[in-house]
Design a binder for this molecule. Sequence first.
Ligand code: OOG
Ligand code: NI
Length: 450
Amino acid sequence: MTAENLVSPDHIRSLFAQAMSQMYRAEVPLYGDLVELVAAINARVLAQDPALAQSLARTDDLERIDLERHGAIRVGTPAELAMLRRVFAVMGMFPVGYYDLAVAGVPVHSTAFRPVDAAALSRNPFRVFCSLLRLELIEDAALREQAADILARRNIFTDAAVELVAKAEAQGGLDEADAQRFVAQALETFRWHSDATVSLATYQQLHDAHRLIADVVSFRGPHINHLTPRTLDIDAAQDGMIAAGIDAKAVIEGPPRRACPILLRQTSFKALNEPVRFAGDGGVGSHTARFGEIEQRGLALTPKGRALYDQALEQARAAEGSTGNDYYARLEAAFAGFPDDWDTLRREGLGYFRYQLTDAGRALPAAERALPAEVLIERGLASADPVIYEDFLPVSAAGIFQSNLGGTEQRAYAEQANQAAFEAALGASVGDAFALYAGIEQASLDALAA
Ligand code: OOG
Ligand code: NI
């Protein structure tokens, strides 16, 4: 085997995202309807806004605009998480960020497996939000032990998937035939199983401890619980869902609609109630886990910008969370002081930008290009494009979790965030998102003068 035979991890990730999309559309037909709705809205936006269409044609692959940008799973044990890290690494996806959801009453902590460098992100940005159940948050000791026993007995990976991961690690990648086999085998881990591994009684007990615990523990594997295509107009998509009679979550998470989009806005249709056959007594019941989501991304914020975002969001939610008819009005009001033009966002150091010489800039002798970027921009010699946010938002993620746990389940765990325990389970530390964005910005600055 020579290095020339190996395909790029970006290619394997693209195959995987495509395979997941096909599988999930077949498993959850309503998700297919959502994808069609989003495609229609995206086409309309592009037809109405030729400037946007042109700019997307320059920076993105227009034909891939409607493709999935992320999915999510929840696993039960450190060993499952550690193996997933190796599976995703074959596809050029690495853990970035730590998200503590216990503060929001969800007994998990999470990371996102995603491509990290600019070239890989532009090839295919598909990422997987991956949560690890925190069994220590089950209060009932007997139930906690029972859940741990059940989890210890399952194997969520096929033997062939494990072998292909080892092969990829040993030879530094996979060839095309192995890549195809790998994707088919990896897919098995994320498939839905309508037959639970536990009895109805055990399911009920787990469910009473927390619906999410039942979801993680009761099945053969960590079924993909949603996929998320990109929409160019999330407000229109939310209205479109409601108009089509789809049971959408109440509000769009994240910042308000703005002239200059920042971070991430997302909404979903609520998880479906699906029939499940239980083990032992063979009882038939139902389970609520799987949904469809859409997202719209904008500027990646610096720590300074993020602090301003967190403060504004906190202000909007202070009184009654994200409920109430006037939530969007409160959100708009809270963000009124957040600059909403690219120049101010850049000059005040609120977001990350990618700098590039204009044609006039390229015509200059190298010595003159060494001017500060702001001077080059002022003189029309350089341009600055927003670096897009590639990560998740803990408050938004909690909102997505909550609306899909059905109803009003709200409990708070006193337990603190525990990144060290998460990383010990993962077998690696998680990447620092800010450092990644800063690196992309700095590389573009370095290239101006080069
Ligand atoms: C994950 C919810 C978080 C997002 O987009 O913020 C998420 C889950 O429900 O497992 O996917
Ligand atoms: Ni999501």
